[in-house]
Design a protein around this ligand. Structure first.
Ligand SMILES: Cc1cc2nc3c(=O)[nH]c(=O)nc-3n(C[C@H](O)[C@H](O)[C@H](O)COP(=O)(O)OP(=O)(O)OC[C@H]3O[C@@H](n4cnc5c(N)ncnc54)[C@H](O)[C@@H]3O)c2cc1C
Length: 438
């Protein structure tokens, strides 16, 4: 039997592809992982610019993620936690809203918040209780998944001010959609993650997560800098893939662990239409600013509650994880989502500095400078109400062709890890619904 006769090719070295490769290798299958970039990690990569650590857009790790964390050594990641609180900033003032059950020091400020009614603080506690008592998969049940986040919050009695000044920038930041039209399932799931564990950054940047997954692969062959351009099939089954340099790689099974639009295009080269893949992309742009004096001190996220805000949320990442900046320097990450993320670099930099002044309420001192702008047009896929019941499954109409990217579950690090497990289960015969994947 040739190697290719039971080899699995995984296209894409993001979290989903890496977890799929780990699981397939663990079950005895020869694996060839092909990644188009020189570095692994996909949307979870970090680079150094002038001594600063720049993630591929501001993002965070929830230590309560039930599936991804099974593949990680959290201690070795040297995690640094955010304060479990958010600072809400608007032209009329700032206030703090925090999880007093995790950090009692925020209790007084939370109750006195000028942006959120006391009755809504009580509702937040009830929402926290609901999220923490649900089984993680129950968050995706139709009763929640078929409602938009806004409808769900209104049904629970939250006032417009709390929805617009807290939930819109906060969940707008997590789901990259300030309209709150995303499925309430994702709100509940992330609320659960926030309540049950830390929100953290690895000392060596978010890219360290992907690098740690890579280290778990012992036998799999990993090739970077290889862009797959077409799938190969004969007599109704997959036989391999073709790379941009014309090389053909043979395999009995091929996993599409790329972003959804690429998976759709590659499948089409073998005559396969993947209808259930998500279609709408949500993008964002993160402006990284450096300064020698602390301009937005603290480990809490600052939410921009101003009308027509360009920046949705900001935080001094080097206050959370000091290794993000060289000694004596500070690094602020300011993220714009949706349409606001599409404005040009200089306008975005100007907006970031002017909105930083509003968040500080005291102007921005000289010496604040731009380090980098990270734009990720396909940051997440949209999760409209009802999306959970329309999720694709790992198998496709072509024998030996499998779907393995985040689209099988949800657009998050944990959703990507679950998808990797689910596709390995499907290939090796333990076909289980992704919702119950280990
Ligand atoms: C700015 C930003 C903020 C985010 N915030 C969070 C957050 O706070 N928490 C959270 O949980 N999630 C967050 N996410 C989402 C999370 O990063 C993704 O859901 C997850 O990384 C997706 O993993 P994946 O493996 O499915 O896809 P990807 O990471 O996109 O991996 C796909 C891989 O396929 C490769 N590829 C594509 N085409 C080809 C080809 N033709 N040949 C070879 N290789 C190919 C790509 O280069 C890529 O490496 C955020 C994402 C971004 C960008």
């Amino acid at each position: 039997m040739s190697v290719a006769s039971n080899r699995v090719i995984v296209i894409g070295g993001g979290i989903a592809g890496l977890v799929a490769a780990i699981e397939l290798e663990r079950r005895g299958r020869p694996v060839l992982l092909l990644e188009q970039h020189e570095e692994l990690g996909g949307r979870v990569r970090s680079r150094r610019v002038d001594g600063f650590r720049i993630d591929r857009g501001f993002q965070v790790l929830f230590t309560a993620y039930p599936v991804l964390t099974r593949y990680l050594d959290l201690t070795a990641l040297d995690l640094h936690a955010f304060q479990p609180a958010a600072r809400i900033a608007s032209p009329t003032g700032t206030s703090v809203l925090g999880d007093a059950l995790r950090d009692p020091s925020v209790l007084a400020e939370t109750v006195l918040s000028s942006h959120v009614r006391v009755s809504d603080v009580w509702r937040l506690l009830r929402l926290r209780r609901l999220a923490t008592h649900l089984d993680p998969e129950a968050c995706f049940a139709p009763e929640f998944a078929n409602m938009s986040t806004r409808e769900f919050l209104e049904a629970r009695g939250f006032g417009d001010a709390t929805i617009d000044r807290f939930f819109a920038p906060f969940y707008g930041g997590i789901l990259l959609d300030r309209s709150l039209e995303s499925s309430a399932a994702v709100l509940l799931f992330t609320f659960r993650m926030l309540a049950l564990g830390e929100t953290a950054l690895p000392a060596r940047g978010m890219g360290a997560i992907a690098l740690q997954l890579r280290e778990r692969l012992r036998l799999a062959e990993v090739r970077t800098g290889v862009r797959v351009t077409a799938l190969r099939a004969e007599r109704g089954r997959t036989t391999g893939v073709e790379a941009a340099d014309g090389t053909v790689h043979e395999a009995s099974d091929v996993v599409l662990a790329t972003e959804a639009p690429v998976a759709r295009t590659l499948a089409a080269t073998a005559g396969v239409t993947l209808e259930a893949l998500p279609t709408r992309a949500l993008g964002c742009a993160t402006v990284y600013l450096a300064s020698e004096t602390p301009v937005l001190p603290g480990r809490a996220l600052t939410l921009n509650a101003a009308d027509h805000a360009v920046i949705s949320h900001a935080v001094t990442v080097s206050d959370v994880a000091p290794s993000y900046a060289p000694p004596g320097q500070h690094l602020v990450a300011m993220t714009a989502v949706g349409e606001a993320a599409l404005i040009g670099d200089s306008a975005l930099e100007r907006a970031a500095i002017s909105e930083l002044a509003m968040m500080r309420r005291s102007g921005v001192p000289g010496g604040v400078r731009l380090v980098a702008i990270e734009r990720v047009p396909y940051s997440q896929f949209a999760h409209p109400p009802g999306y959970a019941s329309r999720r694709p499954i790992a198998s496709t109409p072509l024998r030996g062709l499998w779907l393995g990217g985040e689209a099988l579950h949800s657009s998050s690090l944990d959703g990507a890890a679950r998808s990797g497990v689910a596709v390995a289960d499907a290939i090796t015969g333990a076909e289980v619904p992704v919702s119950t994947a280990p």
